[in-house]
Design a protein around this ligand. Structure first.
Ligand code: DCP
Ligand code: CA
Ligand code: CA
Length: 366
């Protein structure tokens, strides 16, 4: 089964947050700035919205220079408020963590994710997952993002960069080679100006040319490890896994139903394997839970959820099954549409008393 890996990056993040907070800014150039305090305008641009970028303004540019470029275009200059962006970032990461199999946040506004299991390696399903993720972030925070999906981290990252802002680029395994070939080698993750000029000296400009280079030639020039990485990256076969960045706070499973349906029993039946999987995860991590959530994605791709929280910790599969069945019964009546995909999430995880979780066991003693 091919891996299904995603990279998500929020569009013009800090500036977009400011636009959402103050919609009257839309359509005007907006720059979010870090003021050094030395003189009134000393400091740099942290980021700019796409309107301001149209005038050549970009991250890292001195504020004075940015203002000059935006003169006469009614720009809005905003002081950076890192805590505000961080709080939003945390909420989004939490939400994303519930929608994918594994989430690896790599920055305040970006993360890798793995959805191989939940899509069964089917790329058309991966596209649907990406749409659901975009819709969820629009709904909860009113923010847009760009997503790339491919069989490796390098491919996924290139994809998310491809169609900014608001982009979605799905690169199926079959299309990987032709997608990569024409790109500049400098676009590859980990290829900076130094590597780019070394490659140019070797007559390599595009990713396609790099992919055709002999491994020994690359290893001689860049060493075994980095040379090997470059070749794999250029072929889209880099094997680096997506590693969960956070302790699990929940376990979830989402499936695409065999057919659209309103029948709660049919939905619950198709989730039984997912519930067994979750139960297994609970057991192996030594956790019990308090909350069960039923997730229904309707035919119009909106997501509806319903939860039940118990007063005491539970780790019983029968309780999960019965609760899920009841919740889907309620959800189905409230939704008024057929389900297309369905999922289960359990959260409010607690360590089972007296049991050491595997991750705690593996953690070195301090
Ligand atoms: N940032 C910063 N200084 C930089 C680059 C970025 O303070 N030199 C901050 C502001 C950005 C955020 O990090 O909003 C995310 O950086 P990105 O590189 O992802 O850029 P944006 O999200 O702003 O724009 P894009 O739409 O290109 O992703
Ligand atoms: Ca971004
Ligand atoms: Ca980013």
């Amino acid at each position: 089964m091919p891996r299904v890996i995603g990279h998500i990056d929020l569009d013009y993040f800090y500036a977009q947050v400011e636009e959402v907070e103050n919609p009257s800014l839309k359509g005007r150039p907006v720059i979010v700035c870090v003021f050094s305090g030395r003189t009134e305008d000393s400091g740099v641009v942290s980021t700019a919205n796409y309107n301001a970028r149209g005038f050549g303004v970009h991250s890292g540019m001195p504020i004075v220079q940015a203002k000059k470029r935006l003169e006469g275009h009614d720009p809005e200059v905003i002081r950076m408020d890192h805590r505000k962006y961080e709080a939003i970032s945390n909420r989004i990461m939490e939400e994303l963590g519930q929608m994918v199999d594994v989430l690896e946040p790599t920055g305040i506004d970006e993360a890798f994710f793995d959805i191989t299991d939940s899509t069964g390696g089917v790329y058309s399903r991966a596209r649907e997952s990406a749409y659901s993720i975009k819709a969820a972030i629009t709904k909860s925070e009113n923010l847009t993002c760009s997503i790339g999906i491919g069989r490796s981290k390098v491919v996924a990252k290139l994809g998310s960069d491809m169609a900014k802002p608001g982009g979605l680029t799905v690169i199926s395994p079959e299309a990987t080679e032709s997608f990569l070939a024409p790109l500049d080698a400098s676009k590859l993750y980990g290829v900076g100006p130094k590597t780019t000029s070394a490659l140019e000296e070797m007559g390599i400009r595009t990713v396609g040319e790099l992919a055709k280079t002999g491994p020994s030639e690359l290893e001689r020039r860049f060493g075994r490890k980095f040379g090997g990485y470059l070749l794999a990256a250029a072929k889209g076969t880099d094997a680096d896994p997506v590693v969960a960045g956070l302790e699990p706070t929940q376990f979830s499973r989402i499936v695409t139903l065999r057919r659209d349906t309103r029948d709660p029993e049919e939905v619950t039946e198709q989730l039984s394997e997912g519930m067994r999987y979750i139960h297994g995860k609970l057991a192996s991590s030594g956790k019990s839970f308090k909350t069960v959530t039923a997730i229904g994605i309707l035919t119009d791709l909106t997501t509806k959820t319903k939860s039940k929280t118990f007063e005491t910790d539970i780790n019983d599969l029968t309780v999960i099954r019965e609760t899920v069945s009841t919740l889907f019964d309620e959800l189905s009546r409230a939704a008024g549409k057929e389900f297309r995909r369905a999922g289960v999430r359990i959260s409010g995880l607690e360590d089972v008393e007296g049991q050491t979780s595997l991750s705690e066991f593996l953690r070195p003693a301090r």
